[in-house]
Write a protein that binds this ligand. Structure first.
Ligand code: NDP
Length: 241
């Protein structure tokens, strides 16, 4: 691409499969995008590495385990030479895990690992990225959350029999609270991708990854300062906290 066109840089953890892989794929359709795709095992991420061929945008794959704090602390050193003088426009905290459990059956180690991955990881990664976000004009942090983190919706989910993901729901509710606290200097949004056919969402889900992501990217790119602190669905509707 022409060196006179400033690239828009994105950092996305959890891109080996699922929604993160599809976000990366769609972003690479635009020559203006520079995507730094984080994954736990870059050498094993065949689908992700396969996106390099035919990509119009620029893809850099980095090792990033959001449950490993040393891995997060290594991010500035990894992304500084990739970004050069351009700032980081978007951080999409997408990596996540979830298992079925209930408050009465949950395993404390699974609980801590889920919090580490879904809640603490995004906080630390946002901290690590702030110097780069501050250099960009967009300054957008998107925390990929879930409607299952909506305390206001918990009774409805229990009623529907979908309340059996306790640790996951708690980790996303905590991530949502973080959003409310961190939004001053950046455009920070909690975004639920909808119920998507991935390894996590499984085949009974409503949405194909492509359909969810095309909408996610609209919401994310159109988001303005006034949207900071909002809890939104993939089509931009407000979700009750
Ligand atoms: P998948 O299980 O399909 O993919 C999860 C991705 O996260 C994988 O790339 C996985 O990498 C990565 N990941 C997991 N743990 C870590 C870690 N410690 N460090 C780095 N990467 C990690 O899930 P989805 O794509 O469906 O989910 C993406 C996000 O969307 C999650 O935050 C999830 O909570 C959220 N979400 C999904 C919904 C759905 O219906 N699918 C609904 C609501 C929210 P690896 O291959 O190495 O395991």
């Amino acid at each position: 691409m022409s060196s006179s066109v400033r690239q828009t840089a994105w950092l996305i953890p959890g891109t080996s499969r699922g929604i993160g892989l599809e976000i990366t794929r769609q972003l690479l359709e635009c020559p203006n995008n520079l995507v730094i795709a984080g994954c736990r095992n870059p050498e094993k991420a065949a689908a992700l590495n396969g996106l390099k061929s035919g990509a119009k945008g620029t893809l850099h794959v980095i090792q990033l385990d959001v449950a490993d704090f040393d891995s997060i602390r290594a991010v500035p050193k990894a992304i500084a030479p990739i970004l050069g003088e351009i700032g980081l426009a978007y951080l999409i905290n997408n990596a996540g895990i979830g298992k079925e459990d209930t408050p009465l059956t949950l395993d404390p180690e699974v609980f801590l690992e889920t919090l580490r991955t879904n809640t603490v990881g995004p906080v630390l990664l946002t901290q690590a990225c702030m110097p780069f976000l501050n250099k960009g004009k967009e300054k957008k942090v998107i925390n990929v959350t879930s409607t299952l983190g909506s305390i206001a919706s918990a009774d409805m989910f229990n009623h529907l029999g979908a309340g059996g993901v306790a640790t996951y729901s708690i980790s996303k509710a905590a991530l949502n609270m973080l959003l409310k606290l961190e939004r001053r200097d950046i455009v920070a949004i909690a975004l639920c991708p909808g119920w998507v056919k991935t390894d996590m969402g499984m085949q009974a889900a409503d949405l194909e990854p492509a359909e969810s992501v095309v909408n996610i990217l609209k919401v994310v790119t159109f988001a303005m300062a006034a949207d900071s602190g909002k809890y939104l669905s993939h089509i931009g509707t407000v979700i009750p906290w």
